[in-house]
Every structure is written in C-alpha cells, then in structure tokens.
Design a protein around this ligand. Structure first.
Ligand SMILES: Nc1ncnc2c1ncn2[C@@H]1O[C@H](COP(=O)(O)OP(=O)(O)O)[C@@H](O)[C@H]1O
Ligand SMILES: [Mg+2]
Length: 258
C-alpha cells in the first residue's frame, strides 16, 4: 500500500458523522450500528458500534479476517438483516421505520446484489436471468426486455442470450449476475466477494466492469479478502471483531454525480 494514503484508525476516528439524517449526497449511512447474534445462550457481537457514510460515486472495499463482520455489514446495508442497535439511513430515510412494503420497494429501487456464487437460476437463459428482478415490479417496467438485452450487451454477453448458466464460464456467469443487479437501475451495488470464485485474469475483467459502473456514478460496496482486488476500489475499510479498524483512501472520490 502507498504510504501517502490517508489512514485513520479506530471506529471513532473514522469521521463519525453528526447525529441525524445524512446529507443529500450520502446514499447509505450507518450510525452506531451493532448486530448481536444469540447462539445457544452465547452472544456474538458481529458488528460493534459501526458508523460510516457511503457517498454517491463511492467505491468501497470491505476487508477483514473471517468472522470480522464483513457479510453482516453488507447484509445490514442490503436490508437483509436489521441491526440490533443504531440507525441505517438508505437514501436519507431511516430503514427501521419502514414497513415491509416500503422496505422492499426502497430495496428494489436503490440496491443491486452480486454474490460470490453468482446465484443464477439454472433453468433460465442468460436474458431470462437478467429479467428476474423485473418480475417483482408492479406495474411491470415498460420496455423491460429491451433493457435486459442492452444490459447483456453492456456486460459483453450479446452472443450468449439463450445460453443457460451451465453453458457459461464463471466469469460469464458473474457478468449475467452484474447485468441482473443493474436491471432496476440501482444507486448502490452490494457485492460479497464477487471475484472469489474466479481466476486472476477473469477477476480483473469483472473489476474493469465494476470500475466502469462506478465511473458512471454508481456507488459500489464490495467485500473481498484479496488485496489486489481491494486496491481497485476508492476506499478500503478494514473490520476487526465487528469494529472499523481503519479506512484508507486509495483514489479520490468521484466528483461528478450520476
Ligand atoms: N446468523 C448468525 N447466527 C449467529 N452468529 C452469526 C450469524 N451470522 C454471523 N454470525 C457470527 O458473526 C460474526 C461475523 O460474521 P460475518 O459477518 O459472517 O463475518 P465475515 O463475513 O467477515 O466472515 C462471526 O463470529 C459469525 O460467526
Ligand atoms: Mg462473509
């Protein structure tokens, strides 16, 4: 790592934002969030008083050893898990006060997900997999199929539209998953080890794609345990025992807005 990077240490040194709703360019804000799991009378603090802002156009790599809370943080950000304490503001709104319907609408509108194991539906073709999130939309998005074809082209899969996941390489499957994550035009992409199953060259192809999406103004939060992958982000956040150990700037934040 370069020595000229700004590094702050300790969860309270990371610029804990003031109490209250975040400013307009902050798409996701975590304020004093803790997550405690109870397991057979034993309590595990997966997140311990974590505060961090994600601005529009940010590209953050979350690192840390196994069990440090990376997936828990991503699950809280993805509204897949509710914090035990603290607040989560998504697009300026406190997630805790949303009813289920509002939450699923806000989730669908603001968030796209990419997973290590791609999570494609094996019976569906490339274009049908990309379409999956649209099937939850009421009313259906006009021109949905055309949008999926454009996204397949964007990720370089125009020639594979009718293929099923088993007929694709790992890198191609992850491209399908990225196109699927983009279909609702989300503000934030959450990726849990998106290159974890890929070889080095393919991993960097996928990172080029994520980089292009970020350059276009999309916010990306990505868990990885690979240094060379994390270095492709703008900031690296290290977790340790559920707390933020450090935040390092890799590249300046994107200034333009999408
Ligand atoms: N559903 C759960 N029930 C109980 N403990 C959990 C659960 N999910 C995670 N944990 C615990 O919380 C801690 C953080 O887990 P996790 O966020 O998955 O870490 P990481 O993704 O960094 O490996 C670990 O000690 C883990 O065992
Ligand atoms: Mg994990």
């Amino acid at each position: 790592m370069n020595s000229d990077r700004a590094i702050t240490r300790g969860s309270n040194a990371v610029g804990v934002p003031p109490v209250g709703a975040p400013s307009a360019d902050v798409v996701a804000a975590i304020r004093g969030v803790s997550k405690v799991y109870s397991l057979g009378g034993h309590q595990v603090k997966a997140l311990d008083n974590v505060s961090i802002d994600f601005r529009q156009g940010d590209f953050v790599a979350i690192m840390g050893s196994s069990g440090s809370g990376k997936s828990t943080l991503l699950n809280v950000l993805g509204c897949l898990d509710r914090p035990t304490a603290g607040q989560y503001y998504l697009a300026g709104q406190d997630v805790a006060v949303m009813d289920d319907e509002t939450l699923s609408r806000v989730r669908g509108r603001y968030l796209g997900f990419i997973f290590q194991s791609y999570n494609l539906i094996q019976q569906l073709s490339v274009v049908e997999n990309i379409e999956v999130p649209l099937s939850y939309q009421r009313p259906p998005m006009p021109g949905g199929r055309e949008r999926c074809l454009k996204l397949a082209e964007l990720v370089g899969l125009s020639g594979r539209l009718g293929h099923r996941p088993t007929e694709l390489s790992g890198g191609q499957q992850q491209r399908v998953a990225i196109a699927r994550a983009l279909v609702n035009n989300p503000h934030v992409i959450l990726a849990d080890e998106p290159t974890g199953n890929l070889d080095t060259a393919t991993s960097h192809d996928i990172m080029n794609l994520l980089d292009a999406l970020n350059q276009a103004g999309r916010t990306i939060v990505m868990v990885t345990h690979e240094n060379d992958i994390a270095e492709r982000a703008r900031r690296i956040v290290r977790l340790r025992d559920g707390r933020i150990e450090s935040v390092a700037d890799v590249r300046p934040a994107l200034l333009s807005t999408r």
